[in-house]
Ligand binder design. Structure first.
Ligand code: NDP
Ligand code: 5RP
Length: 505
């Protein structure tokens, strides 16, 4: 819709993402106005910008506590404006858009950079479109550090409006160090940019589970010192299958980080074992990814097991009640005495197991995007997803991107990434290590919800004969649900034609 070339941008939401994006926009030749509903957040910005931004850009940023002044700084109601939302999902964004209405005009472009439920994005786009206002859903990834230096971006919506802002987004986004390409691609129609970001966070959730489980095996079972785990993660993240895997890279920093003052002590050791952002609804992406996988019939156990693990972790006092009820800590990972040879072999297996499970998380996320894209008619390119995830985002993983991007580019539309030859080769090569790690970890009583779910995922997705044969018979027995016969070949994903009268009613 908009043909306007914007020189000013208004950021709504001055939290960790919004304030850092504001600084990056200022460095990208934009005059930036920032607004937040909470005056204290605007007061804090003076310090944030003073400490975080070269003084020569300070005059490019103005912050506002009053909506009217903020909008007027962008030209008021008579001039097309470019706005970025960086606020919590759901009703806050609806409220912001409602409050902004008096100043919105034909030609305005609104980039919603929050983690939003894609149907909310579609609804907003539909409401604003008739007034000539382009609402674009724009996934932004990489946390506040990338918001400051270049995030990975998945925008979508009206093509003309997106074309108008693409040069800015290309300057603003992270750059793939290999090709120099910007990690931003137009993902397609309204809503799908947020969907891609949601799945990014689902994959992220899976990898977070995998890396945490690997950490426990090293720290609690093999009692490797944190500073040594930092070195192991560093090595893993610098070459081979886990090269430039962001969550491994930051894992090294986390394990090596001591308090700057006082006697040596690791910051990690003071962190409580609760992940609460699903349980308190402050983040939606993890919950939505699991819901979407179930709703669209895409098997995604790496993502969902990591999610259910997180949920159980959130309420520590409940867990303590259960421990008391059982009279024991069922999940106490056991310390092992192993020789150096065993330890080295196990660590190499663990590295490959982490890779194999991370690949499962990617496969499941991509399969979910493929399914949703097919259902919704979005035509999201899976290779484009990998392209934008090469830098600036939390699931960045160079080896996996190098594996997947070329084959996805070659194949075009694909519904199941597990059917791709290079992916099959990698799973065959690393699956035995994953299996050995899961078996050993079980013996050691370590927590492995994500690793074991990934193992089982591969086993049943690449299984010729599954015990679901028995499940199908039971379903037919009590519910007359009917079944296909083995003699008939694979058949379709449809209710079978045969019923056996196991027991008359
Ligand atoms: N943190 C991260 O790593 C990432 C976050 N995101 C997404 O980006 C968005 C912002 O995240 P983040 O910066 O971390 O969150 P923060 O909570 O740090 O910042 C959000 C800001 O928006 C303000 N706000 C809340 N409601 C409104 C409103 N109705 N109008 C204007 N401002 C409002 C908040 O004010 P108050 O203090 O009063 O709540 C706060 O200042 C979220 O959607 C998040 O999911 C995306 C990628 C990464
Ligand atoms: O969007 C993000 C990163 O990409 C945010 O960090 C978000 O808070 C991650 O949360 P979750 O793991 O619940 O998706």
């Amino acid at each position: 819709m908009s043909q306007h070339s914007f020189t000013k941008i208004g950021v709504i939401g001055a939290g960790s993402m919004g304030s850092n994006m504001a600084m990056l926009f200022a460095e990208n030749d934009m005059d930036v106005s920032v607004f937040d509903t909470k005056p204290e957040n605007i007061d804090n910005l003076t310090t944030v910008f003073r400490d975080g931004l070269d003084a020569k850009y300070h005059t490019r940023i103005a912050s506002f506590k009053e909506y009217r002044l903020f909008m007027e700084s962008l030209g008021g109601a008579s001039v097309p404006k470019l706005l970025v939302l960086s606020i919590p999902h759901g009703s806050p964004a609806d409220e912001v858009l409602k409050d902004a209405r008096p100043w919105l005009t034909r030609g305005d472009v609104i980039l919603d950079g929050g983690n939003e439920w894609y149907e909310n994005a579609q609804r907003r786009q539909k409401t604003l479109q008739p007034q000539g206002i382009s609402y674009l859903s724009m996934g932004v990834s990489g946390g506040y550090q990338s918001a400051r230096h270049g995030p990975s971006i998945s925008p979508s919506g009206d093509k003309t409006a997106l074309d108008a802002v693409m040069p800015l987004l290309e300057r603003f986004a992270a750059k793939d160090p290999k090709t120099g390409l910007s990690c931003v691609v137009n993902m397609g129609p309204a809503g799908c940019g947020h969907y891609v970001k949601m799945v990014h966070n689902g994959i992220e959730q899976g990898i977070l589970g995998i890396v945490s489980e690997a950490w426990e095996l090293m720290y609690k079972c093999l009692h490797i010192k944190l500073d040594d785990i930092a070195m192991i993660f560093n090595k893993w993240g610098s070459e081979g299958e886990l090269k430039r895997n962001f969550l491994i890279n930051i894992g090294a920093d986390i394990c090596g980080r001591h308090h700057p003052e006082g006697p040596p002590s690791h910051v990690l050791n003071e962190v409580q074992d609760k992940v609460v952002q699903d349980a308190d609804d402050s983040e939606g992406t993890g919950v939505w990814s699991v819901m979407e996988a179930a709703r669209r019939h895409v098997s995604a156990p790496t993502i969902s097991s990591a999610h259910f693990f997180r949920i159980a972790s959130a309420d520590r006092s409940q867990r303590l009640c259960v421990v008391e009820n059982l009279g024991q800590d069922l999940g106490a990972a056991r310390k092992q005495q192993v020789d150096d040879g065993f330890r080295d072999n196990f660590l190499e297996d663990l590295r490959l197991a982490v890779y194999c499970a991370c690949l499962a998380s990617f496969v499941q996320g991509l399969n979910l995007i493929a399914r949703a894209s097919e259902d919704e008619g979005w035509e999201v390119g899976l290779a484009n997803c990998i392209r934008i995830w090469r830098e600036g985002c939390i699931i960045r993983s160079e080896y996996i991107a190098d594996l997947l991007q070329p084959v996805l580019e070659r194949e075009g539309k694909i519904m199941n990434v597990l059917t791709l030859k290079p992916v099959g080769d990698e799973i065959r090569r690393t699956f035995p290590a994953l299996k050995r790690v899961v078996a050993t970890a079980l013996e050691w009583n370590a927590h492995i919800p994500t690793l074991s779910a990934s193992l089982e995922y591969y086993k049943y997705c690449a299984g010729i004969h599954l015990p679901s044969q028995f499940m199908e018979a039971e379903l037919d027995y009590f519910g007359a649900h009917s079944y296909d016969k083995k003699s008939e070949g694979p058949g379709e994903v449809k209710k079978g034609k045969h019923h056996f009268e196991w027991k008359p009613a």
